[in-house]
Design a protein around this ligand. Structure first.
Ligand SMILES: Nc1nc2c(c(=O)[nH]1)N[C@H]1C(S)=C(S)[C@@H](COP(=O)(O)O)O[C@H]1N2
Ligand SMILES: [Mo]
Length: 246
């Protein structure tokens, strides 16, 4: 079996098993439900940090959600992907997992979705409230089968900022936190390019720079030491704090 199919088959079994939906029709039904997925919550209740970031209502939405940092990806491959509506975009899932593979946007949209209205706080001194939609990262990690040696999840991005690859990371408490999602929609629309199309991380208890945009891959690792500058993120390698809690 192709690696990709192995991971996707893992999802089907996982989602079907947890929702008691038969393999044949899991695809439509789980999307329709748009229910929150609470497996991550159970796990964090078992000893991790359980605090939830505040959630807001539609009337609180900022009229305009600005873009910051990279506002697009300056490569031929990205321009081509954008022209194709990101139909062939892939999110790789690898590192210390039992079922490495890659997910298409279609795969991502077929998973149970979480919708959350949260406030984004950038260290540069601005905030905005937006509604984000996407599967919980925990769903993807459960299906991939994270190995016990893994301590961190690394997020790979398509863009470079001032010549350096943008990337981020978090620990397993935040990776499995219910509000940590792989967002593909902002305010009910496909994620705009300036905000990280087609996929970006929302990790709601942390500051803006942790919310990696233009996601191309997630990787389970034991240590951050050998990754890029060794501090767990683009801005962390330039002096910012790794745990950027709000
Ligand atoms: N790939 C990537 N992700 C990124 C950045 C970036 O430059 N590249 N900037 C970060 C910063 S500092 C902030 S405040 C938010 C901005 O998200 P927005 O563009 O949706 O406002 O994205 C974060 N994630
Ligand atoms: Mo930021």
């Amino acid at each position: 079996m192709q690696r990709r199919n192995f991971l996707v088959a893992g999802f089907a079994a996982f989602v079907a098993g947890c929702n008691e939906i038969g393999n044949s029709d899991w695809f439509g039904k789980v999307v329709e439900g748009a229910q929150g997925w609470h497996r991550g919550l159970h796990r964090t209740l078992g000893g991790g940090r359980i605090a939830m970031a505040p959630e807001y209502s539609r009337s609180d939405l900022s009229p305009y959600f600005r873009g910051n940092g990279s506002l697009s990806v300056d490569t031929e491959a990205y321009r081509e992907a954008e022209a194709q509506g990101f139909a062939n975009w892939q999110l790789s899932v690898g590192g210390l997992v039992d079922n490495p593979g890659a997910l298409s946007l279609q795969d991502i949209r077929a998973l149970p979705q979480r919708i959350q209205i949260t406030r984004h706080d950038c260290v540069e001194g601005w905030s905005a409230i937006g509604e984000w939609t996407g599967p919980q990262l925990s769903t993807i990690l459960e299906a991939a089968g994270v190995q016990p040696e893994a301590n961190f999840i690394v997020f790979r991005c398509a863009d470079k900022l001032n010549g350096g690859d943008y990337y981020e990371s978090c620990d397993m408490d935040d990776a499995f936190h219910p509000q940590t999602i792989i967002a593909h929609r902002l305010n009910g629309e496909a994620l705009p390019v300036k905000n990280g199309a087609p996929l970006r991380l929302r990790i709601e208890r942390q500051l803006g720079y942790k919310h990696a945009k233009y996601l191309t891959g997630i990787e389970a690792v034991a240590s951050l030491d050998d990754i890029e500058g060794g501090n767990g993120g683009y801005w962390e390698d330039r002096g910012y704090q790794w745990y950027a809690g709000i």
